[in-house]
Design a protein around this ligand. Sequence first.
Ligand code: AMP
Length: 596
Amino acid sequence: MTHVTSSETHSFETIVKPPLEKWAIPPNMANYDAMCDDFSWKQIENQLKLPRTNGVNQASVCIDGHPPEVMKRNALIWIRKDSTTGQFKDETYTFEDLKRETNRFANVLVQAGIEKGDRVFTFLERIPENYISIFGALKTGAVVGPLFSAFGPEAIKDRLQDSQARLVVTSPALKPRLDSIRGDLPHLEKVIVVDRDNTQTDSLQAHELDYAAAMAEASDTFEVVHTDPDDYSIMHYTSGTTGKPKGVVLCHGALVSQSATAQYVLDLKPDRDIYWCSADPGWVTGTSYGMFGPWSLGATQIVYEGGFKAEDWYRLMQDYKVTVWYTAPTAIRMLMKSGEALVEQYDLSSLRHLCSVGEPLNPEAIIWGQDVFGKIFHDTWWQTETGCMHICNYPCLDVKPGSMGKPVPGITAGILDEDWNPVPVGEEGHLALRPNAPSVLKTYWHRDEVYQSKFKNGWYITGDRAKVDDEGYFWFIGRDDDVINTAGHLVGPFEVESALIEHPAVAEAAVIGKPDKERMEIIKAFVSLKTGFTESDELIQEIRTFVRHRLAAHAYPREIAVLPDLPKTRSGKIMRRLLKARELGLPEGDTSTLEE
Ligand code: AMP
């Protein structure tokens, strides 16, 4: 199923970059074509100086492995807004600090019985302990699953059950959601509670540990467990058209391409940049580029605990003099909506490079960036499965607004027909990649057959549709399946439908992505009601809240329509495509299998 984006309109003029000699700070990649010709992953490995003793453990390289002068640099500036004064408060951690803290946490985990290969999950807010837990766990060789803090019990249960996680690190505010499903998690042995504000320490249960108390007793030295490049490191769950979310497994060796792209796409200059990635650690952008890429280079980054608010974001970037900013189209469109009068109140002259990911970046947003910041947003395309950026716009390359750009040096992308052969230039088809970047997924956790099904003729099939023009620029067209992209988050219709039919009033449910100006798509549900229930505004609101609480704040249907029956095939399968076509006023296509 495809949806047309404004990147289909090729009428925006190409933005031509100034010649290199005019750049105040020259980009790390001076010439795209030359770098493609000379590129080798080995060379990047050498630059990273991967410590041989510990293989490529991501934690050793990102946290411990820097020269002494870099170890003294701030790695993390954590910022929170004071709820009474509205002022920002910060806490800073040098690489040296993080080394000590992550060593301590690794010792805490070993003490709790965690061994290489065990699954350790974090279910925490954007607080320093989330970062410390993730890197501490990586040091033990555990496979780490960061969970988005907005997830509801159903979403957490699916992920913890599937991965058979042995230990979860959480906070008093989030723990009740975990407690409500604990009976369904036979593999979960221990829970570590990070109680920053000292609210719950006395009420811990037998299987729970207090983070601060355990850390206080732990040694700050730890011998990092040896991990090879192919050893599993991070798991992020991603949604498909059918079934529960699948655990995408990335490996320690992914660091090589995460580091290369942080250097050449984000253009990070560790000795001068203050970098901000606005993604949550629960999503792959929040780990690949909110942790691994930038820290492998020794860059300083800020982490903001709060959510989106235009005034706060501008003030944050002004006060902390952010230079490189990686964000998402929905956030950019929300900033655009807040108006230019607002942005003009802030001094954002420190910003020098802006990037975006997650959804098509509409040309208007790129032009807006140029108007208000004097800088354009550089779109980057990738997905959880690719582990790092794959098709991007670069500081040194002219930008065609609406295009995702060109493949990262070292990566080959193609557009394939229905038989998995390349199509002629300019024709639409399946977006595919040669799976040669070190970060491409190793498997879907315990779903190897689904993993294998993604490879055809030596290509990894992304599930997106796109085309490439005669200058090698790729243009996103849409998803090839029913997966919904709402504000940059993929949501599987099946998950939402499953939650809907658990509501006592709902007999059947089907869910589609409905195009939306701000969020790209919103989730729209069609439901039929059980006998004895009548449609009312209150019931609709109740169903909406029910799904929101079970799944997540981003994964509930903003619109719900009640129908007497849902259209089905003769074999009883609900026809989402037909509902979508009707909703959008598009041709209904082949309806010959429709139930009488
Ligand atoms: P996720 O695995 O959740 O990170 O989502 C990856 C999917 O988001 C891709 O397969 C695309 O459908 C979409 N996506 C990510 N970045 C872009 C982009 N720059 N342009 C268009 N779609 C994107």
